[in-house]
Design a protein around this ligand. Structure first.
Ligand SMILES: [Zn+2]
Length: 182
């Protein structure tokens, strides 16, 4: 088991558009470590740049909220279509303690590669579609705070400043209640 440090808001890698994965051979070990990290941090999704890696790679496991679900690994993903609308409260492992109601399309069409390099394009809905959009945002340098109104953003400005200040220091958040943190 290898738990990596989750990088926090303020670290420049989280504002980068991540690079396509070309070396698929190194993925299994990396993905294993990402799952260890995500479970340790009690998240339901994790993007590679959240552990400091400039790679278009994300993992998701919403099975504790939706029993029909399983674990997912998406490589070089791209949202090709979206429709509908829903508002759900989201948290983010890179912005500890901040929860924001984020409006997003309810359904997406997502093109990606599997860990084995197989090309796929599928439609997703519900929590999984939500998680994919959150992680896909990370891989494009976008945070949940970019998805809310300027007024809401103002309300968390102080917290963001503190997180930026402490960025790089791995702090544990003991009473983080699991809702939807990715
Ligand atoms: Zn996040």
């Amino acid at each position: 088991m290898a738990v990596m440090d989750v990088v926090k808001y303020g670290n420049p890698i989280l504002r980068k558009k991540c690079a396509e994965v070309t070396d698929f051979d190194s993925l299994p070990e990396l993905v294993n470590n990402m799952f260890d990290t995500m479970y340790e941090e009690e998240g339901v999704g994790l993007a590679a740049n959240q552990v400091g890696l400039n790679l278009k790679l994300m993992i998701i496991d919403v099975s504790h909220m939706d029993e029909a679900e399983e674990t997912h690994v998406f490589v070089n993903g791209k949202i090709t279509d979206s429709w509908g609308e829903s508002i759900i409260e989201e948290g983010c492992l890179s912005i500890p303690e901040v929860r924001l109601e984020v409006k997003r399309p309810e359904f997406i069409k997502f093109k990606y590669k599997t860990m084995g390099g197989e090309k796929k394009e599928e439609e997703f809905s519900g929590l999984l579609a939500r998680a994919i959009q959150h992680e896909n945002d990370h891989l494009n340098g976008i945070f949940i705070i970019d998805r809310v109104s300027p007024i809401v953003r103002m309300q968390v400005k102080k917290q963001l400043k503190e997180i930026t200040k402490e960025s790089g220091i791995n702090r544990k958040n003991k009473d983080r209640k699991i809702s939807f943190v990715l």
